[in-house]
Design a protein around this ligand. Sequence first.
Ligand code: SF4
Length: 180
Amino acid sequence: MGESPIDKLRSRVGRLPNPPSERTRELRPRTDGARVTVSVCPYCAVGCSQLVYTRDDQIIDIEGNPDSPINAGTLCPKGAATRGLLHSPLRIQSVRYRAPYSDRWETRSLEWAMERIARLVKTTRDAGFEHRDADGRIVNRTVAIGHLGGATLDNEENYLIKKLFTGGLGIVPVENQARI
Ligand code: SF4
């Protein structure tokens, strides 16, 4: 009796008659032998659990933790790219500044940037600060400055930002990209 139609089909799609090659059998996962540490995604309040794989004290991969009741092994694109936060060669490591009307970026020191930001915040706040609203009520606020936080801010950083910008400087529009 010849090969059945189903065996012919399996053969054509590489199933039964074609076992894995020796090379395929020798392949190992990229995390093979790595140390695994259970951690939590640093990005948002969902708190997905991650498995951080390290070898020779270097992070080689970060994946979703399948044992977590929160994310059951999944991660959103941000969480799945957590390793890039530390190791991406595309990350810019110095201050880049583009002057008004300029068509190019310049590299500046962190001290220069902090001084410039502080000066601009002070000037803008002083120019747009309201002590009282139109009905005479004390408000001590400014809407001349806004702040939009990004996904890599953690809860503690967001707490400090809110304390400084709203409580300290009176800035009203303080938002975070995770809420938008
Ligand atoms: S950023 Fe994504 S992976 Fe990270 S905790 Fe939030 S939902 Fe989970």
